[in-house]
Design a protein around this ligand. Structure first.
Ligand code: GLC
Length: 740
């Protein structure tokens, strides 16, 4: 949905640059090319009465949460939101559900279930856009089968703080990896004739005070990092809607931010879809003039601004009337580009849950990151006689993240820990487990073994089992939820002490982490092996067991840096964390409450870029991941526009790896940026030459309203992760400047 798409879309993956015509540049599977959708929108707009012009501009949250319990209007479905249609003109209503990880469970309100994908972090650890597209196509098909025609997916915020509560939902700390993956997911979702969002635009970096924290950042730093992630995601996925964020950016609410919405998104990037607000994120009527097109979850705001007040403004001021027409044109263009009118989504559609769960399990397997494997502790021999499984409710299932993105099957969570929040959102944020038991899966793969389970609540009990076993597997969990940031990087529930005791009792101790964030590991050197399984989704237990026993060779690579301590972060203390009581909604306790998050400290050097700038070594670097085989990446050749190199499997078993190409100096100045990547699956001894196209924006600086590549020497290096880099290759580039 983007001017740039009408010409050339360079795919940073694979070897070719695709030239897409406007016809093909539209969202995959949409009925009408972009231009035709806009023309059809104009025709409908010309027939609309003044009253009809404030139908598509606002809607309710279709849930009994917040101040008023909506009586569900005709056609609405319990879920995130509902926007009335205009039946007289054949304009369908918008039935909206969350989110990036599947059709949200919404506390069981619909008494139905959906297939939970692994967390965004898990899916991103695959570095596999094709797997993201397939996963997006799956959750989009389930949304449509349940009658939803808008999926509020596409979380594309960079992880500026590893303690942020929605880290599990998002993809990475890098704009290229995030943009490629979120774009692929959105393309998959929209292949079902439904609308996907990309969210939360922009610089939504923490949950503490999420409605009143201001992300302070210079335009160049934003353009080279968070905004670039959205720009690439929009180019690749063509989301038909953008959701603006709760937070402020440089003092102005993101949903009331003329610069972000009108200048960056609509003018510079030529975005033709519509901007919906987050739920309860609309402070005034003026948001419409500042680029907002639709007020979502209106009962959560102080007033329904984009209905009667908007109609009154349009009735007396031609500028408002023109803006109101543009708002309708944008929503209608997206409706027609997705083909919602010609392909109405109806509840009761067929869902092949077995096939869908397989898709979830496949990407979960690719997302498991092997962090440590001493002396070939893994893979486990199926001949292991006694296996002590400890903790993490591994006998029951796998942990999932809390908040609007939470997905469960029709029977709901198998384990729930009461969160004590008691504001009506309790069921939404409480830690819950999906019923895919790692222990059952381990038993199935080691039929001859005695597999015991202990909760780990009583350490001595767990230790006694560990002493008797050939191998002890400790499942360590760290819940995470929208609305709440983590206090620090430590594991909760005394699990550090449990792991220390078990490793002392049995040197063959394996730790399986199910976390929504990077965590500290004080016991790391005492373990035989550690894997990060994240929140692994509807078939997470089977995925973990398959990797433990080598049915699947681990191939995940970290999409986020694991710091040694918070002291390594740009902001060791998370802004506002000690001053403000956490609450899900994030409303300010007093009208003058303020939090400032100074992102200018790191600027566009987020994550590994910050560690490179500071010359610090993290606990585990961005891009890190071990395998049961070994790989080499050699033969880098590049002219700064494309690059080619060879990946080889130098070990004894089939495995997949991710070739990572980094810029390591920019016009003579040290600066690290991921500029290309490619996942390949190789048989033992096999090699594959890959080539990537380098997006010039990754080499450039943003200045004077455009991109500039300064003349000079640029060096590039292959990496097995952001810290372990090969010989750099130097390229001299001439000066170049251009506008988006
Ligand atoms: C939430 C989230 C957003 C979600 C929306 C609807 O508070 O911030 O991601 O899509 O409200 O549930």
């Amino acid at each position: 949905m983007h001017r740039r798409l009408a010409s050339t879309l360079s795919v940073s993956l694979g070897a070719i640059a695709l030239v897409l015509t406007a016809a093909a540049a539209q969202a995959k599977g949409s009925e009408a090319p972009l231009a035709a959708a806009e023309a059809k929108a104009d025709k409908t707009l010309a027939q609309m009465t003044p009253a009809e012009k404030t139908v598509l501009t606002h809607g309710i949250m279709a849930l009994p949460l917040g101040p008023t319990l909506p009586t569900l209007p005709e056609g609405a479905i319990w879920g995130a939101g509902f926007i009335h249609g205009i039946p007289r003109l054949g304009v369908p209503a918008l039935t909206e559900t969350d989110a990036s990880l599947g059709v949200a469970y919404v506390m069981g309100m619909r008494k139905d279930g959906a297939t939970g994908l692994p967390s965004g972090l898990s899916m991103a650890s695959s570095w596999n856009p094709e797997a993201l597209r397939k996963s997006g196509a799956m959750i989009g098909s389930e949304a449509r089968a349940k009658g939803f025609n808008v999926l509020l997916a596409g979380g594309a915020n960079l992880m500026r703080d590893p303690r942020a509560g929605r880290t599990f939902e998002y993809f990475s700390e890098d704009p290229l990896l995030t943009g490629d993956l979120v774009g692929a997911a959105i393309g998959g979702i929209q292949s079902n004739h439904i609308i996907s969002t990309i969210k939360h635009f922009a610089l939504n970096g923490q949950e503490t005070g999420r409605k009143f924290v201001s992300s302070q950042i210079s335009d160049p730093a934003a353009r080279e990092s968070d905004l670039l992630a959205f720009q690439i995601g929009i180019e690749k996925g063509q989301p038909l809607a953008v959701m603006c964020a709760y937070n402020k950016v440089n003092g102005a609410s993101a949903c009331d931010n003329d610069y972000l919405l009108n200048t960056v998104l609509k003018k510079d990037w030529g975005y033709k879809g519509f901007v919906m607000s987050d739920w309860g994120a609309v402070p005034s009527l003026e948001t419409a003039i500042h680029g907002l097109d639709q007020q979502s979850g209106e009962q959560l705001d102080k007033q329904v601004w984009l209905d009667k007040p908007l109609a009154a403004a349009a009735a007396k001021d031609p500028a408002w009337a023109a803006r109101l027409d543009d708002m309708n044109r944008r929503v209608l263009t997206s409706i027609y580009a997705a083909g919602l009118d010609a392909n109405p989504a109806k509840p009761g559609g067929a869902i092949d849950f077995e096939a869908d769960a397989k898709i979830s399990g496949d990407i979960a397997r690719q997302g498991i990151v092997l962090l440590r494997n001493e002396g070939g502790a893994l893979p486990l021999a199926a001949s292991a006689k006694r296996i002590a499984v400890i903790g993490g409710y591994a006998n029951a299932g796998v942990l999932t993240g809390g908040g609007s993105s939470q997905v469960h099957g029709k029977d709901g969570p198998v384990v729930t820990i009461q969160s004590g929040e008691h504001t009506g959102f309790d069921a939404l944020i409480a830690p819950t487990w999906q019923p895919s038991s790692p222990m059952q899966a381990i038993k199935a793969l080691a039929p001859g073994a005695t597999v015991t389970y202990r909760s780990g609540d009583v350490i001595a009990d767990a230790v006694a089992q560990a002493k008797k076993a050939n191998v002890a597997i400790v499942f360590a969990v760290k819940p995470s939820s929208e609305g709440f940031d983590q206090a620090d990087l430590s594991l909760p529930y005394g699990q550090d002490e449990l792991i220390a005791a078990v490793t002392a009792a049995n040197p063959h101790t394996i730790v399986v982490l199910e976390t929504g964030n990077p965590v500290a590991m004080p016991w790391l050197d005492k373990t035989a092996a550690v894997m990060e399984a994240w929140f692994p989704g509807a078939r997470g237990g089977e995925a973990i067991a398959d990797v433990l026993f080598g049915k699947v060779n681990p191939s995940g690579h970290l999409p986020i840096t694991f710091p040694k301590s918070v002291d390594q972060l740009p902001r060791p203390v998370l802004d506002g964390y000690n001053e403000f009581e956490p609450n899900f909604a994030g409303d300010p306790p007093t009208p003058d409450a303020r939090i400032t998050a100074d992102y200018n400290i790191e600027g566009s050097d987020v994550g590994y870029r910050w560690f490179a700038r500071k010359g610090e070594a993290p606990l585990f670097p961005f891009g890190f991941g071990l395998s049961y085989t070994t790989f080499a990446s050699t033969g880098l050749k590049t002219d700064g526009k494309t690059a080619s190199f060879t990946l080889s499997n130098t070990g004894k078993v089939q495995g997949a790896t991710v070739g990572q190409l980094y810029m390591v100096s920019q016009a003579g100045t040290p600066r690290q940026r991921l500029v290309g990547f490619q996942r390949v699956d190789l048989a033992p001894g096999a090699s594959q030459k890959v080539s990537v196209t380098i997006d010039p924006r990754l080499l450039a600086e943003w200045k004077d309203g455009g991109w500039t590549i300064a003349a000079g020497d640029y060096t590039f290096a292959l990496g097995s992760d952001a810290q372990h880099l090969g010989q750099p290759v130097k390229v001299h580039l001439s000066a170049r400047s251009w506008k988006d």
